[in-house]
Design a binder for this molecule. Structure first.
Ligand code: DQA
Length: 148
């Protein structure tokens, strides 16, 4: 059974570390990538870590996960609140999805309170900082071990 996980980051997350540090912290996306790689080793997972500012590119990567990846961990960034296309792609992929947000979106502006993704995700993590990525991957490991 596949133990490959697509960890997909949406728009502006390439700016992590310099972008609004009071909200998103000082860690860079490279730090998050390294955290995911460490967590993957601990849980016998293979992580494909990606980021795009282009919705079509992200949709193509989601489609390519179909039949190949055991899970998708996605921080969709602002697409969370705007994109039915990303949700439809995730549904079409037929791969379990865990939605991650670094910040607690519910404690922020009201336009961040609605997610197009949460209704089809198996789990949602927000407000854990970058640690949320680690928690999401640990949960994937847990789910896969349960399946045997
Ligand atoms: C975010 C929250 C979104 O509202 C925002 O647009 C982002 C990052 C987070 O990780 O907290 O780009 O997904």
């Amino acid at each position: 059974m596949s133990r490959t996980v697509l960890v997909l980051n949406g728009p502006n997350l390439n700016m992590l570390g310099t972008r609004e540090p009071a909200t998103y912290g000082h860690e860079t996306l490279a730090d998050v990538c390294a955290l995911c790689a460490r967590t993957a080793v601990e849980h016998d997972l293979v992580v494909e870590f990606r980021q795009s500012n282009h919705e079509g590119e992200a949709i193509d990567w989601i489609h390519q996960a179909r039949g190949r990846c055991a899970a998708i961990v996605i921080n969709p960034g602002a697409w969370t609140h705007t994109s039915i296309a990303i949700r439809d792609a995730l549904t079409a992929s037929d791969v379990p999805v865990i939605e991650v947000h670094i910040s607690n979106v519910h404690a922020r502006e009201s336009f961040r309170h609605h997610s197009y993704i949460s209704g089809m995700a198996v789990a949602v993590l927000c407000g854990f900082g970058t640690h949320g990525y680690r928690l999401a991957l640990e949960h994937v490991g847990h789910l896969l071990n349960k399946k045997g």
